[in-house]
Design a protein around this ligand. Structure first.
Ligand code: PRP
Ligand code: MG
Length: 211
């Protein structure tokens, strides 16, 4: 397969590390220079192109056809849904849980404040529980919120649980489990055989999703 016309947008952080492994396990040469700040590698005959971007921008790049495929967490896809992309595989890495956490493992009594970078996810969850909340939007370091009196609860992702533990916080409940997802531009997905071929290479150890 020639990869000259295929580009994959990859989210920075945990997703990037896992994608790099997926890439080399698939027998492809990872085109980003080691320890560099390089954000883009053009596709060549031997390997698809890579664009490294912020997680919430991956769908935009795929929906606009700048990238054929994207690798991004389900947490981000749920927080920033984009009708211009389809999920084509659960890549089964970057596994984590989106949880409600606080100082005690007890459900909030009455209306409460929730600090989160997942406003939409948290609002939907508490709406389903018919529990009134006020969201305090933060973009990171959420574990601080209960400690400094900003909000008694947070909705955040937990991977090893170490960050919660180090801040004396505990899980109250899990909202859902997240993994890295492969997303595609539906038009390019239907018309470029190399894009489907790349999914097959990536999915040797995981599950394709019906598009
Ligand atoms: C994420 C998340 C938690 C932590 C969970 O933060 O928001 O804080 O990782 O991982 P753990 O359970 O293995 O400790 P991240 O490092 O991405 O930083 P940010 O929240 O400041 O963006
Ligand atoms: Mg964090």
């Amino acid at each position: 397969m020639k990869w000259t016309h295929v580009t994959v947008a990859v989210a920075k952080g945990r997703i990037l590390d896992g994608t790099r492994r997926l890439w080399t396990d698939a027998g492809l040469v990872w085109p980003i220079r080691d320890k560099s700040r390089q954000l883009w590698a053009r596709p060549t005959d031997q390997t698809p192109g890579v664009i490294i971007a912020r997680s919430r921008d991956i769908s935009t790049l795929v929906a606009r056809g700048i990238a054929d495929l994207g690798v991004v967490g389900l947490d981000v896809l749920r927080e920033y849904p984009d009708p211009g992309v389809i999920q084509v595989a659960d890549l089964a890495f970057a596994r984590c849980r989106v949880v409600l956490a606080g100082k005690q493992p007890v459900w909030p009594e009455g209306p409460t404040r929730i600090a989160t970078k997942y406003r939409r996810i948290a609002e939907q969850f508490f709406r389903e529980q018919a529990h009134p909340i006020e969201i305090v939007s933060l973009s990171g370091s959420l574990e601080l919120a209960p400690l400094i009196g900003l909000a008694p609860y947070i909705v955040d992702i937990v991977d090893t649980g170490r960050t919660l533990k180090e801040h004396g916080l505990v899980e109250v409940t899990t909202l859902f489990e997240s993994t890295a997802r492969l997303i595609a531009n539906p038009a390019l997905w239907r018309t470029k055989p190399a894009v489907g071929a790349l999914r097959s290479l990536f999915c040797q150890k995981s599950e394709s999703l019906d598009e």
